[in-house]
Design a protein around this ligand. Structure first.
Ligand SMILES: NC(=O)c1ccc[n+]([C@@H]2O[C@H](COP(=O)([O-])OP(=O)(O)OC[C@H]3O[C@@H](n4cnc5c(N)ncnc54)[C@H](OP(=O)(O)O)[C@@H]3O)[C@@H](O)[C@H]2O)c1
Length: 277
């Protein structure tokens, strides 16, 4: 007979802040030199984590590491192209040599190249978008997740996009890759449970370097229809990332958490939009 459900909170009131504490956890964050990844890595460091800062450019990683160390955090830089499996194998070997374990993996690095019409997308571009946004995150989660499972468990956070569920003509390969990432998140949660949790963050529009490609006048018109009427700032992803990385989400796995100011529910005429939009 199963034990009756526990009705008393496992966490006394005093420990609530501790649920979000990452002290001593080793966190690998890909794409941690700019935008959402930099905000997440910095937020994790401020919560006590030790950081592995990953991007393609060693110099950019070193700059972030220097800044984190100046604030008292332990951090190392690892240059790695996450679209390349050999490079990922090298990253994993290095991290386990240096730290002996990974407690949190954030698959954040991603690219969303622009094109005019679908037939302009070359096979090479399509393959690159899939490699960086889907294949690489799969390989990294597989290698790290299995080691987490054999060790003391852990949390994997995949950074998806609302493009996965609201795909548009300008992001077809990217939307397909992120939809694949959402599916992969659920399947990896099954493969790596119960000791490894796997979840996704699904951001809407954030003002990072990706936003340089946007027509800001058109975006401002669209944003008027969002429930929160604006784009997000990189630091506004941090709370959700710490939630999924930490013990605060101990009974959450295989979920896709949207952080989009309500943008996925945007409709013509909603919010502050003019009725004729
Ligand atoms: N900003 C948005 O509106 C938005 C919306 C939905 C989802 N997202 C997702 O959120 C994630 C972060 O986006 P962001 O806006 O913060 O992007 P960003 O500002 O362009 O930063 C991308 C980061 O990824 C790294 N990177 C790019 N390609 C890489 C590769 N092949 N290997 C390793 N690192 C690589 C970049 O560093 P290097 O150039 O040095 O490699 C950089 O650190 C992405 O997965 C993106 O799809 C963003």
């Amino acid at each position: 007979m199963p034990e009756p459900a526990e009705t008393v909170s496992r966490h006394p009131r005093d420990d609530v802040a501790g649920l979000f504490d990452l002290t001593g956890r080793v966190a690998v964050v890909t794409g941690a030199t700019r935008g959402l990844g930099l905000a997440i890595a910095t937020g994790f460091a401020h919560s006590g984590a030790e950081l592995v800062v990953v991007s393609r450019k060693a110099e950019a990683c070193e700059e972030v590491v220097a800044s984190l160390r100046s604030e008292g955090a332990n951090a190392i830089a690892c240059a790695c192209h996450v679209g390349n499996w050999e490079s990922i194998d090298g990253l994993v070997d290095r991290v386990y040599r240096e730290f002996g374990r990974v407690d949190v993996l954030v698959n954040n690095a991603g690219i969303s190249p622009i094109y005019d019409k679908p037939s302009d997308v070359s096979e090479a571009l399509f393959d690159k978008v899939i490699a960086v946004n889907l294949k690489g995150p799969f390989r990294l989660a597989a290698l790290v997740g299995e080691r987490m499972l054999a060790g003391r468990g852990g949390s994997i956070v995949n950074v998806s996009s609302i493009g996965a569920v609201r795909p548009t003509r300008d992001i077809i390969p990217y939307a397909a890759a992120k939809a694949g990432m959402n599916a992969m998140t659920v399947a990896l949660a099954d493969a790596l449970g119960p000791r490894v949790r796997v979840n996704a963050l699904m951001p809407g529009p954030f003002l990072t370097s990706i936003a340089r490609q946007w027509d800001m006048n058109r975006f401002a018109e669209r944003a008027r229809t969002f429930p929160l009427r604006r784009a997000g700032l990189a630091e506004e992803i941090v709370g959700a990332a710490i939630y999924l990385a930490s013990d605060a989400s101990s009974y959450t796995t295989g979920t896709v958490l949207t952080v989009d100011g309500g943008a996925q529910w945007s409709m013509p005429g909603a919010g502050d939009a003019k009725p004729d939009l």
